[in-house]
Design a protein. Structure first.
Length: 237
């Protein structure tokens, strides 16, 4: 388990799970960096939603998470925060290359989550890029993609870079996120996703978030999930 930062609330041990912030309902009570807290304040986020409260203790401790909660329940911050914290704790520098890949099924959703990442990540010094199809700037993207730390992308565009961009390197990847995972794991993306996964290091943290719980054992196996934490939230408190 990572050492909690010194400003963390007093720890407690329960049910075999060491979690210094179990039960935190406000972002300022979480043992996360000041940079992230300032970004959350910037976005006017103060109280955690149910899925954030249920998943962050696990994701911030380095575990793989499969999270299910209905649309509008706040799944974006449930993965954006631990992505930022992982790179922060690893002292990721802008020159360190790709540290996290966040995959979204559509350009529109990718764009929306990129906007959230920009706000919450504002006080970190990571570089992030939105790689989605349908734009003409692929050549420009190819020059920049190797300098990005966090990639927010659609499956097709990511694979295009893996195939075509010289020296595209994600061998240091720390965190992989599949947003709307059920849609990305759907048959329509199967070939693309398999080709992507085969090029990613297996030793990494993986988050899957969607409105319904991903149950396919085969899917979980191909994603090399390690003893994942299953979290389902059906009702907002
Ligand atoms: P989902 O991905 O589960 O559909 P989103 O992450 O898109 O949900 O969040 C839905 C809405 O709730 C967004 O407008 C977002 O800004 C807002 N939101 C998310 N988390 C919080 C929070 N902790 N406090 C206040 N608003 C939040
Ligand atoms: Mg969402």
């Amino acid at each position: 388990f990572p050492e909690p930062p010194i400003d963390a609330p007093v720890g407690r041990v329960g049910a075999g799970l060491y979690s210094p912030y179990a039960g935190s309902t406000r972002f300022d009570q979480l043992p996360i960096s000041k940079n992230t807290k300032d970004g959350l304040r910037e976005g006017k986020f103060t109280e955690l939603t149910e899925i954030q409260r249920a998943s962050l203790p696990h994701s911030l401790c380095g575990r793989d998470v499969l999270g299910a909660a209905k649309t509008g329940s706040g799944k974006t911050l449930a993965f954006v925060i631990p992505v930022l914290e992982k790179l922060y704790r690893e002292k990721w520098s802008p020159e360190a290359g790709v540290g996290s890949i966040i995959i979204s099924p559509t350009r529109e959703l990718a764009g929306q989550l990129f906007d959230v990442l920009k706000i919450v990540g504002k006080y970190h010094c990571f570089s992030a890029g939105l790689l989605i199809g349908g734009r003409k700037e692929i050549e420009l993207e190819k020059e920049k993609v190797n300098d990005l730390n966090i990639l927010v992308c659609t499956p097709g565009r990511l694979l295009q870079h893996m195939d075509e961009t010289p020296n595209f390197d994600c061998s240091q990847l720390q965190v992989l996120v599949l947003d709307e995972a059920d849609r990305i794991l759907d048959v329509g993306f199967k070939k693309t996703l398999n080709a992507i996964i085969s090029q990613l290091p297996k030793r990494r943290q993986t988050f899957l978030f969607s409105a319904t719980q991903t149950k396919s054992v085969q899917d979980l196996a191909r994603l090399s999930l390690k003893d994942p934490e299953y979290i389902s939230v059906h009702q907002e408190s």
